[in-house]
Design a protein around this ligand. Structure first.
Ligand SMILES: Nc1ncnc2c1ncn2[C@@H]1O[C@H](COP(=O)(O)OP(=O)(O)OP(=O)(O)O)[C@@H](O)[C@H]1O
Ligand SMILES: [Mg+2]
Length: 398
């Protein structure tokens, strides 16, 4: 009897010991798992931030964390005043919606372009903020580099790398009020510019998460360096896109007439495909040498997309829309290929437009064809007084 009791109490002790040990094991597992989750979360946040990505989302709408100022120089107004010769008229290189752009030289001898905001109001300040925050964290050889900025109470200035050959549109057609030396770009250079610009958008759409939608992609926001390599500029209107496949963000419609995708103009729904449409319009400008909207042109010819689209996929008609300045420089085969890319980009239905990666893939072989037979282009120097003459055309982009 006694031995039975003894056995029973031994069993109970063993059971209690097992339960205690099992609970301890489960508790340690839970603690280890929570610690692992905490560390993983911390590391992934740090990695995302280093890559210049979004770290938080409010109400489902992406928001950008305030930028680190790493790599960006903060200038005083006085420094930029002296770099641009007191914002002298002779140093003005352009005007845009943000304000005037001046040529400047920093203390260390670097050539820069200084944008001086002359717009009052929230929109201008917001654009300034977006431009600084985004450009300080995005890095690509196909995006215009922001060197620094000045933001004191009364002055907002942006300091960029200097692009000796200015905006693309100024090489395609004369621009009212511009003192640029107007010249026509040759076919080979146009193809290379199309590829560089496509790579800039590809980076924004596909190499950054969540994707960045430029929202104001147009020929004046494609800038050309001394060798006519192109970089995409002006992120003032940029928005972070939706991470979800097929997702969109709703915004107020902003952009430039002639470049805005129909679904965005009608509904305000913005996706990376809105930029693809604008890219298609720029490709049409490169092919035809025409502005996106010109009310002075004859009936049916005022809007570039409506006029060109029916001819783009017709081998017989495609040659009719080509810029006459390009005559004799291209083969029909390559023009048909570029026209087909343009036609897909400006499809009214956003889902039928290609990804920018597809556009890059299609243009690479065309640009390669021209690589071995490098020849000087028909372009003359731009911003002529100070910039070096055009050289190195046909060299592969870096
Ligand atoms: N980094 C730069 N280097 C050389 N020239 C520049 C630079 N940035 C701008 N420019 C010149 O200044 C002009 C005006 O540029 P800006 O971006 O202010 O206006 P925009 O592109 O014409 O219009 P928007 O304000 O709608 O973007 C450009 O067309 C170009 O000639
Ligand atoms: Mg611009």
């Amino acid at each position: 009897m006694e031995s039975e009791d003894y056995e029973e109490s031994k069993e109970r002790v063993a059971l209690v010991a097992i339960v205690v040990l099992a609970s301890l094991a489960v508790a340690s597992l839970l603690i280890a798992f929570s610690y692992y989750c905490y560390i993983r979360n911390k590391v992934s946040k740090r990695l995302k931030f280093q890559k210049g990505e979004e770290v938080e989302s409010k109400n489902g709408v992406s928001s950008i964390q305030v930028a680190t100022e790493k790599g960006l120089q903060v200038f005083t107004y006085k420094q930029l005043h002296s770099a641009t010769g007191g914002f002298g008229k002779s140093n003005v290189i352009g005007h845009g919606a943000f304000g005037s752009v001046y040529r400047g030289v920093l203390h260390d001898g670097r050539k820069v372009a200084v944008k001086l905001m002359d717009r009052a109001g929230k929109q201008g300040v917001d654009e300034f903020k977006v431009e600084v925050e985004l450009l300080s964290r995005l890095r690509s050889p196909h995006l215009l580099a922001l060197i620094g900025y000045c933001s004191d109470n009364n002055h907002k200035l942006l300091v960029y790398e200097f692009m000796a050959n200015g905006g693309l549109q100024e090489h395609l057609y004369p621009v009212a009020g511009s003192n640029a030396v107007y010249s026509k770009l040759d076919w080979e250079t146009r193809l290379r510019i199309a590829l560089d610009a496509a790579k800039g958008l590809e980076y924004l759409h596909e190499h950054v998460s969540p994707p960045v939608i430029h929202r104001d992609f147009k020929s004046s926001n494609i800038l050309l360096d001394k060798n006519f390599h192109a970089k995409v500029s002006d992120f003032g209107l940029a928005r972070l896109g939706s991470d979800k496949a097929g997702g969109h963000v709703s915004t107020r419609v902003l952009g430039t007439q002639g470049y805005v995708a129909p679904e965005y103009a009608l509904t305000g729904h913005l996706t990376t495909k809105s930029d693809v449409y604008s890219y298609g319009v720029v490709l049409l400008e490169l092919l035809t040498g025409r502005v996106p909207v010109d009310m002075k042109r004859g009936p049916g010819e005022a809007v570039l997309v409506s006029w060109a689209l029916p001819k783009l996929t017709d081998r017989e008609k495609v040659a009719q829309i080509m810029d006459p300045a390009l005559e004799g420089q291209y083969s029909l085969k390559e023009v048909v290929q570029v026209a087909a890319i343009a036609a897909m980009c400006v499809q009214p239905e956003a889902d039928y437009r290609p990804l920018m990666a597809d556009v890059v893939q299609s243009l690479v072989p065309l640009v390669k064809i021209h690589r071995p037979t490098t020849k000087a282009g028909s372009c003359s120097s731009f911003h002529a007084a100070k910039s070096p003459t055009a050289q190195g055309l046909g060299r592969a982009s870096p």
